[in-house]
Ligand binder design. Structure first.
Ligand SMILES: Cc1ncc(COP(=O)(O)O)c(C=O)c1O
Length: 353
């Protein structure tokens, strides 16, 4: 296969030059701020793209789930991984120990004594010491200790347990005033308590724009920037021409003058919305929007378009949230200078356990 027109639809393509430019740009932003770059692979889930990130200067990788780390360690991409998810339950802890024996450093997070006790118990049995960061909820309302004092208390508790080693603190997303206040207070309290905090890890692509306001960070975890999407455009991080992942779709119906239907629905575009109202933008028709999706149908609102697509026409859609789209396909088609140059398996597709 040489030309994109030979790719059947719906399918996912990535534009190689844009991926490389996104990687280089963010590496420069993070390194320029004096911070170690540890990109999050949950966006692409592809070892070859992680290699490009490491090649550009990343010090290691971030994975959200244990199974992602397994896929990337199997691929031999790096021997320094951070898993940003509480590992809970005997089976997972056994897998964590198996995995940590295969790399130089496999770090995790914890936000409670119960999570730390679980890790400690199995680490002790296996004769291992697992490095961890205290996850702090600085306003996102997800995992994390709720106060700076609780972060210090958890590190102090860890010091009483075998098999775990406190290495620092982590939050997602960074970039807010609340995150700045939380991290500053936490670091002051750690200092008072005489506890060193070697790593302060921040994350999130939109917050890259504010990285200079967070001089306390030592590591950065961004994921979405590698492809970008409608959300990243809405956040101001990316322009349309920075969006590297596209969903190719064929117009299969024109039921009315202002409506087209394409063969990409929620099973490829997903229904992710977050802070955008519709479900994607169309490269060839900038005034059109994907106004609704059902499983196999994408409904396009053409009411603002002067030019309108015909049945059979292929269009390229920028999804709202590229990370969720990546997880919907077995392979992505890699395009360079208008040609298909590779087909990459999404190695950690479905790796959510
Ligand atoms: C813990 C954690 N770190 C980093 C990231 C990367 O954020 P983004 O995809 O906005 O770059 C995420 C994204 O979900 C996350 O959950």
């Amino acid at each position: 296969m040489t030309f994109p027109r030979e790719i059947d639809t719906p399918s996912v393509t990535i534009l190689l030059e844009r991926v490389q430019a996104n990687i280089d740009r963010v590496q420069a932003i993070v390194a320029g701020a004096g911070i170690r770059n540890r990109p999050h692979i949950k966006t692409h889930k592809i070892p070859a793209i992680a290699r490009m990130q490491i090649q550009a200067g990343a010090v290691g990788l971030t994975c959200q789930k244990l199974s992602e780390a397994e896929a990337f360690i199997d691929a031999g991409v790096t021997d320094d991984i951070l898993i940003t998810y509480n590992i809970v339950g005997r089976r997972k802890l056994e897998r964590l120990m198996d995995l940590s024996a295969r790399v130089k450093r496999l770090a995790v997070v914890a936000d409670s004594e119960a999570v730390l006790r679980g890790i400690s118990e199995v680490a002790l049995e296996r004769g291992r010491v697992v490095p961890f960061l205290v996850e702090c909820d600085t306003g996102f309302g997800r995992n994390g200790v709720q106060t700076p004092a609780a972060a210090v208390a958890l590190a102090q508790y860890a010091a009483t347990l075998p098999g775990v080693r406190f290495e620092g603190i982590l939050t997602f997303p960074v970039g807010t005033d609340a995150a700045k206040v939380f991290l500053t207070e936490a670091l002051a309290l750690f200092k008072q308590a005489g506890i060193e905090v070697p790593i302060v890890s921040g994350g999130g692509s939109p917050a890259l724009l504010k990285i200079e306001d967070f001089p306390m960070l030592t590591e950065y975890r961004a994921g979405t920037y590698v492809y970008n999407d409608v959300m990243m455009m809405a956040s101001g991080l990316a322009r349309l021409e920075d969006c590297a992942l596209q969903v190719r779709a064929t117009v299969v119906s024109r039921p009315s003058p202002d409506r087209a239907v394409v063969d990409a629905g929620s099973k490829i575009l997903t229904r992710e919305q977050y802070y955008v109202k519709d479900f994607g933008r169309i490269v060839e028709y900038p005034d059109a929007v994907v106004s609704n999706v059902t499983e196999e149908h994408g409904v396009i609102d053409l009411s603002r378009c002067e030019r309108k697509p015909e049945i059979g026409e292929v269009v390229n859609i920028i999804p709202n949230h590229c990370c969720a789209v990546s997880n919907m396909v077995d392979n992505v088609y890699v395009l360079s200078q208008g040609e298909v140059v590779d087909v990459l398996p999404v190695a950690a597709r479905g790796a959510v356990w």
